[in-house]
Ligand binder design. Structure first.
Ligand SMILES: *[C@@H]1O[C@H](CO)[C@@H](O)[C@H](O)[C@H]1NC(C)=O
Ligand SMILES: *[C@@H]1O[C@H](CO)[C@@H](O)[C@H](O)[C@H]1NC(C)=O
Length: 439
């Protein structure tokens, strides 16, 4: 304690900033000097779960809830108008929304640059005050679960906002579009399980560089007018149509669709190729197992990925590889192929990319593919996988290197099993390719 007490005030304030405000306040009870310091912590992290322990049923007790709210009032009063950089407020128990409004207003008035809110009311969404969208100091805004945002056109002024996170928030698509147009500095946008109050959503921003979208709502259309976008990460449900996909400067894209079980209604996915078409210039692309299934349903319309150097594909034992031949044919300059798992569902259309089914045109799509490096992850040391690796060695004409990484939770002694090790040695001897197993 004494060592700590000897530190300068600035350093102590910095240390206190990393604690939740309750911890910092408790710590400060230990010394008068510390108590004075709470007044100057430039970062407040208030989390009622730390305070109320609702898992113990304490949150239901009116007096405990009251004392939490009084505590927040006291801390804010103690701090007065001192500058505040970061304000994080997590309330999962029903707190008085008028008081919450007051706390947020006070943080905004103190020039906060990073605001992070998560407010869950049992009854309904918490209506966020439009004031949060009129703040000339905010750089990062995170609005989490349980909040409904209503935006008033003409009353949005967030000139410095760079990062916006909407997580399980209820939003109207039209208002969302108005919001984005009013954010001239926006670079990073995360839309996580947003509850869309409409079926047609457009993400339009001239400045946006990074977009992460997790879709859990059925939409009719989803459009992206984001010409400066560099990083695109999409996961979740497939929209039936992507009318506008303007992202010609992408550096990497990850598309991980989620299909409901047994959904093979190919017609529904007939326009999904537009999303791929919009990403066709990307050098680095990554697909999930369901994405492969969707590609197989629209493979006639797949674009040629002329700039694609690195392709990563995640496999799943229950999902097929029938898209693989068309995909490899459409990547004429591919250098690196990353496979997250080799085991996949064998279908009669599994194609000439793998050796599951003996076919006359076996290996055909591999023979034309210039891939030099393969990285295989999640290797489970089965003979099926060994056969597939052999197949790759035989048919990929330019292959120089295969890195095989064993699945993490696999027993390492089993992995070193004699048979598998011998096969790796043999593969190295018989091919000009360097085949390495990492355990
Ligand atoms: C994309 O999002 C997924 C799921 O949210 C995450 O696991 C992954 O790391 C993200 N990828 C990148 C490149 O950020
Ligand atoms: C491609 O992007 C992923 C993230 O999506 C990243 O982890 C990976 O390192 C990138 N690969 C290359 C070759 O740039």
């Amino acid at each position: 304690m004494d060592h700590i007490s000897n530190l300068p005030d600035g350093v102590l304030c910095h240390i206190l900033s990393f604690l939740t405000t309750k911890e910092a306040a408790l710590t400060s009870i230990l010394a008068k000097r510390w108590l004075n310091l709470v007044a100057f912590i430039p970062s407040l992290k208030i989390d009622d779960t730390v305070f109320l322990h609702p898992e113990k049923g304490k949150g239901d007790r009116e007096d405990v809830k009251q004392s939490f709210m009084d505590f927040v009032d006291r801390v804010l009063a103690l701090q007065g108008n001192s500058p505040l950089n970061k304000f994080s407020l997590m309330c999962v128990t029903d707190v008085d929304t008028d008081r919450v409004d007051g706390w947020i207003s006070s943080a905004l008035a103190r020039g906060v640059s990073d605001l992070d809110l998560k407010i869950i009311n049992n009854e309904e969404f918490y209506q966020l005050s439009p004031k949060c969208f009129e703040c000339s100091t905010l750089v990062s805004l995170t609005i989490g679960s349980g909040i409904d945002i209503s935006l008033v056109a003409g009353r949005i002024r967030l000139p410095l906002l760079k990062t916006l996170v909407l997580d399980s928030v209820s939003v109207c698509p039209n208002e969302f579009e108005t919001l984005l147009h009013a954010l001239p500095s926006l670079e990073e946008l995360l839309l996580v399980y947003v509850v869309w109050k409409g079926m047609d959503v457009t993400v339009s921003s001239a400045s946006l560089k990074t977009l992460t979208i997790k879709l859990c709502f059925w939409l009719n259309t989803l459009s992206f007018d984001t010409p400066s976008l560099l990083h695109f990460n999409y996961s979740g449900l497939v929209a039936p149509d992507y009318p506008v996909v303007n992202m010609g400067n992408l550096v990497d894209a990850q598309i991980d669709f989620f299909l409901p079980d047994n959904d093979e209604d190919a017609h529904r996915y007939s326009k999904v190729w537009k999303l791929f078409h919009g990403t066709r210039n990307v050098p680095n692309l990554s697909f999930g197992p369901d994405t492969l299934e969707v590609i197989s349903m629209c493979s006639e319309s797949m674009p040629v990925f002329n700039n694609l150097k690195s392709l990563a594909i995640e496999s799943h034992e229950c999902k097929g590889w029938q898209a693989m031949p068309a995909l490899l044919r459409n990547c004429p300059h591919l250098e690196t192929l990353v496979l997250q798992g080799l085991l996949h569902h064998v279908t009669d259309k599994c194609g000439d990319a793998c050796d599951c089914i003996s076919r006359e045109d076996k290996g055909l799509s591999l023979r034309l593919c210039p891939v030099k490096v393969m990285k295989i992850h999640g290797f489970r040391r089965t003979m099926e996988e060994m056969e597939l690796i052999k197949h790759f060695l035989y048919y990929f004409p330019c292959l120089k290197e295969i890195e095989v990484h064993a699945e993490e939770n696999n027993n390492p002694t089993q992995l070193r099993s004699q048979r598998v090790m011998e096969m790796f040695e043999l593969y190295n001897e018989l091919s000009s390719c360097n085949v390495q197993l990492f355990i």
